[in-house]
Design a protein around this ligand. Structure first.
Ligand code: FAD
Length: 228
């Protein structure tokens, strides 16, 4: 594999550096597979980290020129604060519980991405609509089968972009790493995989009978929707 240098000193893994991933494609793949980003900011009453939906827009030459997009209440609070919007976004996927012979070596298998940067608001209505679509369609392309947002919907929603220039990923996989002294002991060691899957789509109780499940929604669950 080609060695790719970290984007900056502050996104260089020091602890567990052997698990560092800086390749744009691999960082992007983790962002594509994630569902929520934990977004951390410093506020007047202390730091806060909130889970948020997100979307990823790649730049013309790859993820280094791309951006991560978030919208909604935190964006509102951040913008109201009127400060420079230094943020840290973290996306985490847990792939398994790593059970070691000694609890000191218990761990998790995971893929995580940390993005650090300055968030700025997207004000242009057309660009905002595109960004909202990217966020909406992050998990599945559900934008096109819903009612398009009105001008007032767009006005009410704040959207932030954070450049993907400073991103790092960390990936752990494989067995527990126990001490030699424990290898012949009686204690179990191994990995319990964790998979997250979408279930069968359930129509809203007030949905009219003749409204069909959009293909993109049906595809998520991978099975027929519950009957209405
Ligand atoms: C599901 C999960 C559970 C974890 N549990 C623990 C735990 O219980 N205890 C613990 O100490 N650590 C845990 N970690 C690892 C943790 O995220 C840190 O990587 C680790 O604590 C080292 O922190 P540090 O500040 O010393 O890292 P440093 O290597 O000093 O961090 C420097 C830079 O590396 C990057 N970086 C660091 N960690 C990550 C990461 N996870 N993903 C992407 N980029 C990263 C960031 O850009 C950061 O600014 C867990 C990680 C995951 C994903």
């Amino acid at each position: 594999m080609t060695e790719v240098a970290p984007a900056s000193p502050r996104t260089t893994l020091r602890r567990g550096a052997n698990r560092a991933v800086y390749e744009r494609d691999r960082v992007r793949a983790i962002l594509d597979a994630g569902v929520i980003a934990h977004v951390g900011v410093t506020t007047d009453d202390g730091p806060i980290v909130l889970p948020m939906a997100y979307g990823v827009r790649a730049g013309e030459t790859g993820i280094g020129d791309g951006e991560i997009l978030v919208h909604g209440a935190l964006a509102n609070a951040m913008l109201r604060a009127g400060r420079s919007l230094d943020v840290c976004l973290t996306v985490t996927i847990v792939d398994g519980l790593v059970v070691a012979r000694s609890p000191f070596h218990n761990s998790m298998n995971y893929r995580s991405v940390v993005v650090r940067g300055v968030a700025t608001a997207i004000d242009d209505p057309d660009e905002k609509a595109v960004a909202l679509r990217v966020i909406n369609d992050h998990v599945a392309p559900i934008w096109d089968t819903a009612r398009p947002p009105s001008a007032s919907d767009l006005k009410k929603t704040l959207v932030l972009r954070v450049p993907l220039a400073e991103a790092s990923a960390k990936v752990r996989d494989g067995d527990p790493i126990d001490d030699d002294v424990d290898m012949d002991g009686p204690h179990w060691a191994g990995v319990v995989p964790l998979t997250t899957t979408w279930g069968t789509p359930c129509p809203a109780a007030d949905l009219a009978d003749d409204v069909v499940v959009p293909d993109a929604v049906r595809a998520l669950g991978g099975a027929d929707a519950h009957p209405h």
